[in-house]
Design a protein around this ligand. Sequence first.
Ligand code: SF4
Length: 326
Amino acid sequence: MSARGPVAVPSDGLWGAAQVIGVLLTLVLVGGLATVPDTTLDILWNAVIPILPAAFLLAPSLWRNVCPLATLNMLGGGRRVLTARVATGASAIGIVLLFVLVPARRFLFNENGPALAVTILAVASLALLAGALFSAKAGFCNAICPVLPVERLYGQEPLLRVRQVRCRRCVRCTQTACIDLSARESVRQTFGARADGTGWVFTPFGIFALAFPGFVIGYFTTSDGPLSTWAAVYGHVGAWSGASLALLGAITLVGRVPALWMTRLCGVAALVLYYWFGAPGIAQVWALPGVFVVGVRATALALALVWLPRALRGARRRLPAEGARA
Ligand code: SF4
């Protein structure tokens, strides 16, 4: 990985220990969701998960090196590789899963520990099975993982250089857009030839990137409710996502905004919105003072202000016209 900035280089042994601990913690999580669901849900949703978006912005490898689902995915020893064409379709499945599963927190996963435990076990089994069928990360982590689109969107210009430790030797399990080979180039490779015009807007990842800021607002402007509210939740989140897609898509098409500029703007906007809307809920759960909310929001804005200029410079360096002039 070639990001500038401090280099984080724990030994392979430490990374291996972290991977084992990650799997063990997942088992503890599943047990906790089944036996003490309220406490476990609070810890998961209001302490652990909120760290991830910032971690993706700092360096997607941080999480990808220790993610327990990735550990399971790589146990399988499968041989099939993911062609570029299939990778595009598979990543679209991951995007759909993300847009289905996250709103489901509102009417199911935020309050129903056993349902979440069963879902985690099902996804873990899927990661294992995919690993048995496909080489390395080709079947799950680089394909249908619902977190992959967010890793790709936020991880476009990592602030920290963290080497990936899972693939000692790249076997080209995925023929395009592997974040582990280059977080910076992953989005461009996802768009293929359409990255150079405005055609990227109509690709699955383009639609995801443009809709995602609205998706975040939509999620945080709904509230938890019973299962019967599912249609209203999806309607609300879908409307915000659609509005975001329409507005940002129109700006892109009219202004002919380059793909890497707009996707980076969408990513940082979604991250700031996530912490802006999410901080009060976390403070409420843990009875934290108002200064916590101010601190989280200020930190997210500061992170965005550091990241964005650097990310836009990085996007500029990668524009074909710029390259041609160089
Ligand atoms: S680094 Fe190579 S082997 Fe590892 S996930 Fe990426 S494409 Fe697959």
